[in-house]
Write a protein that binds this ligand. Structure first.
Ligand code: OVM
Length: 414
């Protein structure tokens, strides 16, 4: 059970007694293009609902999403954090040692990545990340002055993370765009085996060998985050066989997430010029502005858990080995949690948003992600008085990510 394909439209799964049914398909083009009305329907139906098309439970409210994330013993990750139940089907790639793991093995992997991606690391990389953001925005303004149209996705939100993050990991300059194809496929793979996944898997096929090669020590520059994983293996904290798997987590989770976090943030500011004006007037709002953009348009829209035992959640009985989808982006728009949730307000300080998850699996790279978002928005605030959209931005539909394909803009220089 639990692995229906959306195309199999006649087949649905019978609702468990007492659980409200919401007949949505979260993987259609329509849903992914504009998920927010459907999110509201899901929230209104209750803290825990049933989605018959896939035979899964769903949480779309802030309180229920938070509760599931914070009971990692009942709601496990080791059976996969996408739709597929790894207790019933083989994972499409060897399981992540951190994302798709539970304590105690998760704890060990997490400690190593948390040390590498620590606040202390941020103090070391901040100046470089800031300089790269400023020089990128400078170059965009020069190109624009020479008559080019700037695409805030292709020329900014994809370019910046692809420069600073692989630099920090220690991946060479050549063919880094492969990481975007890989991320797109990985995040599609948390959803159903639909055409969207199929297409991204075909595109990534020729670069799989490149990705795996860049998990190996000989292809990672000394002193980078990747090399630090191998140093942890040298110190006996993990085996040398586990090291490339943890580097793979950097390459899977570290680019497409921040690309779209930054892309979404720029789009929010372009769509809300009065908010951009506030940022222009006070550059210290760069960080809270990025945080609000994460709440308002969460880059990662969904993650799943699997019940390790029969349990009860907000009065609903859930059997062992059930899949539960958590709508992070919906929790972030829950009117029970946030006043006027559909208002983008960079002065809000949305503490407790779910865009990075919560609990023991909460984003281990969040200090680096926040640094990237902050310095890009601050660089724009310094040099650009207004961001004008030159046409409708195009979405890149992904089973998990709120992603953009293109966003032609005019950056009005200060
Ligand atoms: C991993 C991984 C992959 C995708 C996302 C993620 C958001 C982690 O391979 O560990 O976290």
């Amino acid at each position: 059970m639990n692995t229906a394909s959306a195309s199999d439209s006649l087949r649905t799964f019978e609702a468990p007694a007492g659980v409200p049914v919401v007949d949505v398909d979260p993987y259609t083009d329509e849903f992914l293009t504009d998920p927010y009305d459907a999110h509201q329907r899901l929230r209104e139906a209750g803290p825990v609902v049933w989605i018959p098309a896939y035979g899964i439970y769903a949480c779309a409210r802030h309180d229920s999403v938070h509760a599931v994330f914070n009971d990692h013993a009942t709601y496990i990750s080791g059976a996969g954090v996408g739709l597929a139940n790894f207790n019933q089907e083989t994972p499409f790639r060897p399981k992540s040692l951190i994302l798709e793991a539970d304590p105690p093995s998760h704890t060990k992997a997490r400690a190593i990545l948390a040390r590498i991606l620590s606040p202390k690391t941020v103090t070391q990389i901040r100046a470089t990340f800031t300089a790269e953001a400023e020089s990128l925005v400078d170059r965009l303004l020069v190109r624009q002055a020479a008559g080019e149209t700037i695409d805030a996705v292709k020329d900014l939100s994809e370019v910046y993370p692809l420069k600073v993050f692989p630099d920090a990991v220690g991946v060479g300059e050549a063919n880094r765009e492969n990481l975007l194809l890989y991320g797109n496929m990985i995040f599609n793979a948390f959803g159903p085996r639909n055409e969207r996944l199929q297409k991204s898997a075909e595109l990534v096929q020729p670069v799989t060998a490149w990705i795996m090669a860049h998990c190996q020590r000989e292809n990672l520059l000394p002193g980078g985050f990747g090399d630090l994983i191998y140093q942890a293996a040298d110190a006996g904290e993990i085996t040398h066989a586990e090291a490339p798997m943890l580097v793979r987590s950097f390459l899977s989770a570290g680019v497409d997430t921040t690309v779209n976090g930054i892309g979404n943030a720029v789009l929010c500011l372009a769509n809300h010029p009065e908010q951009y004006a506030l940022l222009r007037a006070d550059h210290s709002l760069a960080r809270p502005a990025f945080e609000e953009a994460l709440r308002f348009e969460s880059a990662v829209q969904t993650f799943f858990r699997t019940t390790s035992k029969d349990t009860e959640l907000f009065g609903m009985q859930i059997p062992k080995d059930s899949k539960i989808v958590l709508f992070l982006a919906s929790a972030n728009r829950d009117e029970r949690q946030w006043p006027d949730p559909d208002r983008f307000d960079i002065q809000r300080r949305p503490v407790g948003h779910m865009a990075f998850g919560s609990g023991i699996h909460g984003c281990v790279g969040q200090v680096v992600a926040r640094l990237e978002g902050e310095v890009v928005l601050a660089a724009l605030a310094k040099r650009v008085s207004r961001i004008e959209l030159l046409g409708a931005p195009k979405r890149r539909l992904n089973n998990t990510l709120r992603a953009l394909a293109s966003m032609p803009v005019r950056l009005i220089p200060v």
